[in-house]
Design a protein around this ligand. Structure first.
Ligand SMILES: [Zn+2]
Length: 68
């Protein structure tokens, strides 16, 4: 595993329920509940309570691939 420089947040797709990774350029508290563009290009709602886990069953495979 390489070290990630960017801070990643978990964001849930509105229709699919899939979790995506979002690169944070602001503090997580400012992003909670906001729609952001995920690493894979999908729109997803950031949940500051959640941590991105690419190995999770509900996680977006495209996001996980792009972050490897
Ligand atoms: Zn994704």
């Amino acid at each position: 595993m390489s070290e990630l420089v960017l801070t990643l947040a978990a964001a849930q797709g509105r229709s699919t329920g899939t979790w995506h990774a979002v690169e944070l350029h602001r503090s997580p508290s400012e992003l909670d509940g906001a729609c952001e563009v995920a690493v894979c290009g999908a729109l997803a709602r950031v949940d500051a309570e959640q941590v991105w886990d690419g190995a999770d069953d509900d996680s977006c495979e495209a996001c996980a691939d792009l972050l490897c």
